[in-house]
Design a binder for this molecule. Structure first.
Ligand code: THU
Length: 165
């Protein structure tokens, strides 16, 4: 029996003011998008901004529903919108942030498991890695260079095809 160790590399910035320009611009787009979230049930408004290879930024926010499971997270709204409007265009990065009913969320928004799985698909389609910028508002910002860091041992198409990677 062998034991494997999985290492995750995450950069932590003290606040978004320290971020490189592209990442900061993406954070600002995500923050703007969070203001338009439809989140009457949770009051937790999430914004996501996807950067495409040609520099286009596509935003999304969470869309809730009275039948709770019918709603969708901001990350998937943004990624599905990007893929449906710009099919085949590679995704370079996604920034995510959130605000509560009365306050901006200081904690970095780390995406839910279902959104990580969807990110794996677009990272594979993009033939490169997708940077994930998880923003707290005036708080810590976590950045990973690939979805793989957030979802090791992910299920993807290669597993179905029986391929290694
Ligand atoms: N939510 C997101 O939009 N993204 C996440 O990664 C986590 C959760 C939304 C779903 C729901 O509308 C609200 O936040 C509370 O869970």
């Amino acid at each position: 029996m062998k034991k494997h160790k999985i290492v995750t590399n995450i950069s932590a910035y003290a606040s978004q003011k320290e971020l490189p320009n592209t990442e900061r611009v993406l954070f600002e787009s995500a923050l703007k998008a969070s203001a338009y979230a439809y989140a009457p049930y949770s009051g937790f408004r999430v914004g996501a901004a996807v950067l495409l290879e040609d520099g286009t930024i596509v935003t999304g926010n969470n869309q809730e529903n009275a039948a709770y499971p019918s709603g969708l997270c901001a990350e998937r709204v943004a990624l599905f919108s990007a893929s449906s409007n710009y099919p085949g265009m590679a995704v370079k990065a996604i920034a995510i942030t959130a605000q509560g009913r009365n306050n901006l969320s200081k904690k970095p928004l780390t995406p839910c498991g279902a959104c990580r799985q969807v990110m794996v698909e677009y990272e594979m389609l993009s033939k490169g890695s997708v940077k994930i910028i998880m923003d707290g508002n005036n708080g810590e910002v976590l950045v990973t260079d690939s979805v793989k860091s957030l979802l090791p041992l992910a299920f993807d198409a290669n597993i179905m095809k029986g391929k290694k990677e």
